[in-house]
Design a protein around this ligand. Structure first.
Ligand code: PYC
Length: 405
């Protein structure tokens, strides 16, 4: 009889070695993809990825798995556009089915100024080869028949930015696929290994200490954490311009398939899509206060479902099954912080992921790995350097980052 269960272990338990070329802190999509591309693209395999909890136990398992590249700035569109392309090839690359459904993504515009915003995004997207266009209520209604496109709602739907390649992927599978890839190429993943200190000598990072009691030497230490990026960076005296906020989401009971697009309304601070299992995934913008809580609140649930009902009134009797929260490290311009820190060798940042980290996992991993292996910052991540905040060279994605504005 054919074996019904996968016998292969996707990653092994390893004993920590006294020295690695690279230690990555954070075994989410970002940390794992850095280790994967270091090994696969550059042959650097003496790499350990450490995490204080289980693999993908942070935001990689708490986001709502939306992939898109329809950003606002030239820098952002190039960057997320490359990530989308990597995601399109990732199941093949990792030889692991990530269930990527490119169902299409709609950002609704309910006001004249929102129409200007989506128009601008469509133009920047098209100019840079990302498939997006503005569509009007007739076409919106054809694509999403259940959406209330009448003139009755508080915020009538006037237009939308339609981004056909956007969609949804199985987020846990992305984590497991990368972890398996790291292992296959000779790297190591170490869940439940908390970094307690980072050693620095003469402006050079020399290694980390962990709760396992060992001193581990390393030439490079990468901060690829979410929620705790400021804590880790403070270990080497680097203060990040990051404020951490919770972001909550929920899923409903399964329904017959009726919605095959991701629908986002920035004005209503809500987004909705239906999974292959029939559940509706719904989320809101970040909670309006800073916190490290991953719990959920009734207040946010009421706001999510209230706003979702303004878009889809027919859902009024649907039951919510689960609700959860993740931690968003918000930067002032809603763009990430990537690269080295001036005056400190060997410390690399892959942080500040706000509400957009999951969709950027592959491109960040590939390009941060390239930075470490070649000792040169790739052009595509240079705009996201930490020093942009004092140089006044912000990359403002506020108008296109999730449901926030
Ligand atoms: O940027 O698509 C997005 C998103 C959805 C939820 C949080 N961020």
């Amino acid at each position: 009889m054919r074996a019904l269960f996968r016998k292969e272990k996707m990653w092994q338990r390893h004993k920590l070695k006294p020295r690695y070329d690279v230690v990555v802190i954070g075994a989410g999509v970002h940390g794992l993809s850095i280790a994967y591309y270091l090994a696969k693209n550059h042959g650097l395999t003496n790499v350990a990825v450490l995490d204080k909890v289980y693999l993908g136990g942070g935001n990689s398992g708490r986001n709502t798995a939306i992939i898109r590249a329809n950003y606002m700035t030239v820098e952002g569109v190039h960057f997320y556009g490359e990530s989308l392309k990597l995601y399109e090839e990732l199941s093949k690359d990792l030889n692991f089915n990530l269930l990527f459904s490119q169902i299409g993504h709609l950002s609704l515009a309910h006001t004249d100024s929102a129409i200007n915003g989506v128009w601008r995004r469509a133009e920047v997207n098209k100019a840079l080869g990302v498939n997006s266009r503005v569509i009007w209520p007739d076409e919106i209604k054809r694509l999403v028949p259940a959406l209330d496109t009448s003139d009755r709602p508080r915020y009538p739907v006037k237009a939308a930015l339609y981004h056909p390649p956007g969609g949804v992927i199985r987020h846990d599978a992305v984590v497991w696929g990368y972890a398996r890839g790291v292992e296959k190429h000779g790297g190591e993943v170490h869940p439940r290994t908390e970094v307690t200190a980072i050693d620095v000598k003469d402006h050079q990072v020399t290694g980390v200490r962990t709760d396992k009691g060992d001193v581990i030497r390393a030439d490079y230490v990468v901060n690829a954490t979410s929620g705790y990026c400021t804590t880790i960076s403070r270990m080497v005296g680097v203060d990040l311009p990051v404020v951490t906020h919770p972001l909550q989401a929920c899923v409903t009971e399964p329904l017959k398939p009726f919605l095959d697009k991701v629908v986002v309304s920035a004005n209503l601070h809500v987004y909705v899509y239906q999974t292959d299992r029939g559940e509706l995934v719904m989320g809101s913008e970040i909670d309006p206060y800073s916190s490290y809580s991953q719990g959920s609140t009734l207040e946010t649930l009421e706001s999510i479902v209230g706003h979702a009902l303004e878009l889809f009134p027919a859902l009024r009797n649907v039951r919510v099954l689960r609700q959860w929260g993740g931690l968003c490290d918000m930067t002032p311009d809603y763009s990430p912080i990537l690269g080295e820190v001036d005056g400190l060798n060997g410390f690399v940042l892959d942080v500040g992921w706000g509400t957009y980290g999951f969709k950027a996992g592959p491109v960040s991993g590939k390009r941060v790995a390239e930075l470490i292996a070649t000792k040169r910052t790739p052009d595509i991540i240079r705009p996201f350097r930490l020093s942009r905040f004092r140089e006044d060279k912000l990359v403002s994605e506020k108008g296109a980052a999730a449901v926030s504005h």
